[in-house]
Design a protein around this ligand. Structure first.
Ligand code: 5RP
Length: 233
């Protein structure tokens, strides 16, 4: 079975990977930096898949010993299918992490969480010595929140309280993220809800203010992180 084509076919965005050739090029460059013994965090998104394919090829062809810490079960399943050994944050700290983003502003602040895995993605970035964020040019924005809402992962029992607190913080829109193709809300891998929120103004303290609400597990705002953004263009 050609797992790479199999996986690509099942990506929800497979027909519309923006700048696929440029992303494949960046994926090759990122994968080329992997050294024997590296522990690598893998976020989510199309470029993450493309980079995993390259890592898998290097593992096969160069007998490279690396381990990946996946940000989601979906990425974990892909690692299994691609023959990429995995480990966990309980056991190891990543030497480096690669991930995508939904929006990046000129100061390299991010919105992530379209896939709902931002809690683990943030944990990986925080735990890593170095992080590459790979985006296509459409992800660049002058102001965060211009295109995507800020996802907020919420413990289900705290939903009403958190909605109230988000309003107090100035949220202009709060939407409980629906499940794909069925009634009811989506549940994250941690068993929580996601509220997609919009604010008229996003300042540098908003990430901390969101996190300070009891019942908020994590938000998709990444303000002031030590990352290297690579634009596939
Ligand atoms: C999901 C994310 C992803 O990294 C983001 O959606 C990137 O996707 P792509 O690489 O396909 O543009 O933040 O939580």
């Amino acid at each position: 079975m050609d797992w790479e084509n199999h996986l690509i076919k099942h990506l929800q965005w497979s027909d519309s990977i923006i700048n696929r050739e440029a992303k494949e090029h960046v994926a090759r460059e990122i994968a080329a930096t992997a050294k024997d013994g590296d522990v690598i965090g893998a976020g989510s998104g199309s470029t993450v898949y493309l980079t995993l394919f390259e890592l898998s090829r290097r593992i096969r062809e160069e007998h490279l010993h690396i381990e990946v810490i996946p940000a989601s079960q979906e990425i974990s399943m892909s690692c299994i299918q691609l023959g990429i050994p995995q480990t966990t944050l309980w056991n190891k700290r990543p030497n480096w992490t690669f991930d995508g983003a939904d929006e990046v502003d000129p100061q390299q602040n991010l919105i992530k969480g379209r896939g709902g895995a931002m809690f683990k993605e943030k944990l990986l970035i925080r735990s890593s010595r170095k992080t590459f964020i790979i985006i296509d040019p459409s992800k660049r924005v002058n102001q965060l929140g211009s295109k995507f809402p800020i996802p907020v992962e919420v413990f289900p029992d705290s939903l009403t309280y958190v909605e109230h607190e988000l309003q107090r913080l100035g949220a202009s829109e709060i939407v409980l993220r629906p499940a794909h193709g069925k009634d009811g809300p989506i549940f994250t891998e941690n068993g929580n809800f996601i509220l997609d929120t919009r604010f008229n103004y996003i300042d540098s303290s908003l990430e901390e203010q969101l996190k300070a609400i009891t019942g908020v597990i994590e938000s998709g705002l990444f303000i002031g992180y030590d990352i290297e953004v690579i634009v596939a263009e």
